[in-house]
Design a protein around this ligand. Structure first.
Ligand code: UD1
Ligand code: UDP
Length: 376
């Protein structure tokens, strides 16, 4: 049997890789090994539990207030042993986190072929998002198999001179995960609290937004809520203590917002599907909300998901307080403007990305020739 190893470490990677793990487990060609870096702890474990994935290896590297140096060196030092022991024929990484980049780098050092899931997303500004744009470009240099979610992401890779035979448009595996999450009869105490008011769904965590930009976002949100008593906001807050401190400073005495602990992905998708609109700097939420026809104000200067902007459901509003305030107000008060954005669009695939990735690798000649070489 061939051996595939899937490595991931943060919540969004887990949400998009666990469905793929479960698909590989059905394969008669591959033995599946799961290694988590534990770059996230509680937020990763929550997803593993939801998808009932039990890792074979857990590098448990997370520490509070970790720097990019901490994450990079701790993963690089601890994953070598796992890769050398397992000698996978192919190692799959996802997206653009430090786990992704460092795992790909370790595979390169050991000459293990890398498959990049969610390949080819680009802003072409390596400081935005930071460090994700660098991470995904760097993985693109190393990867032997590129699973691009859309035609546009494939085109980026072609423009960069990647071998066309290494690129497969599969759709995004998050759409696979979303097939089973949103249900009609969903209930939650937070939704009871919102009642008939309009519900705003909020998340924020990006490294480049920590500090002033995040304060700007929260102040804008606060001003709009103060002026709209018929609006309530639910904000499952990221576990980063810097994010929590900023939210505490700006929002703690606002009665129209509930700041809650991270919610399970099942709840998250059901909240998204029921919100009036979403304010976020998240990557994944930009892919999910368009499917539900929910407008998203993206509180970032760049996006690697222009498909959603093109489809009309995402609006890039940056991190200036007044700009966020104006757009948020406009969507609440101007029905026409709201309706322009509120329509379902799903540029990210048909929910069969995992099957495609498994099929492609099962039939791959390169793997049959045994190119999973590990230096001794
Ligand atoms: C990471 C990724 C980012 C991704 C995001 C998803 C990098 C550099 N960043 O950013 O690309 O969009 O995850 O959420 O790879 N913490 C906990 N428990 C957890 C998770 C985080 O306590 O389960 C706290 C810790 O104090 C940790 C801090 O949050 O030090 C930041 O975590 P880190 O993974 O460094 O950065 P993220 O902002 O989560
Ligand atoms: N999500 C979740 N619980 C939460 C907040 C988000 O399950 O409390 C999910 C969300 O549905 C999406 C993913 O986490 O699939 C986005 O993760 P995050 O915003 O942390 O990272 P990014 O996508 O920006 O890398």
């Amino acid at each position: 049997m061939k051996k595939v190893m899937l490595v991931f470490g943060t919540r969004p990677e887990a949400i998009k890789m666990c469905p793929l793990v479960n698909e590989f487990k059905k394969s008669e060609v591959f033995k599946t090994i799961v290694c988590v870096t534990g770059q996230h702890r509680q937020m990763l474990d929550q997803v593993l539990k939801t998808f009932q994935v039990v890792p074979d290896y857990d590098l448990s590297i997370m520490k509070n207030g970790q720097t990019l140096f901490d994450i990079t060196t701790n993963i690089l030092n601890s994953i070598k042993e796992v890769l050398e022991k397992e000698k996978p024929d192919v190692c799959l990484v996802h997206g653009d986190t430090s786990t992704t980049f460092v795992t790909a780098l370790a595979c390169f050092y050991l000459q293990i072929p890398v498959g990049h899931v969610e390949a080819g997303l680009r802003t072409y500004n390596i400081y935005s998002p930071y460090p994700e744009e660098f991470n995904r470009q760097a993985v693109g240099i190393i990867s032997k198999f590129n699973f691009a979610p859309t035609k546009l992401s494939k085109q980026h890779l072609l423009n960069e001179g990647k071998n066309p035979d290494s690129i497969y448009v599969t759709g995004n595996t998050v759409i696979d995960a979303m097939q089973h999450t949103v249900v009609d009869n969903y209930q939650h105490p937070e939704l009871d609290w919102v009642g008939d008011d309009r519900m705003i769904f909020i998340t924020a965590h990006r490294r480049e937004n920590l500090g002033q930009p995040m304060h700007n976002m929260f102040r804008a949100i606060r001003r709009v809520l103060d002026e709209h008593p018929d609006v309530k906001a639910i904000y499952p807050i990221h576990m980063n203590p810097i994010v929590r401190k900023a939210a505490e400073e700006e929002l703690s005495d606002c009665k129209q917002i509930h700041i809650i602990e991270p919610i399970e992905v099942f709840d998250c998708h059901n909240f998204e599907a029921r919100c009036f609109l979403c304010l976020t700097d998240s990557g994944g939420i930009q892919e999910e909300c368009p499917s539900y026809g929910k407008p998203v104000l993206v509180m970032r200067d760049t996006t690697e998901r222009p498909e959603g902007v093109e489809a009309g459901t995402l609006k890039l509003v940056g991190t200036n307080e007044d700009t966020i305030y104006e757009w948020f107000t406009r969507l609440l008060d101007d029905k026409e403007e709201y309706n322009k954005m509120a329509h379902a669009a799903n540029p990210y695939g048909d929910g069969h990305a995992c099957e495609r990735i498994v099929n492609i690798l099962e039939k791959c000649e390169l793997l049959n020739q045994g190119c999973g070489k590990v230096e001794s």
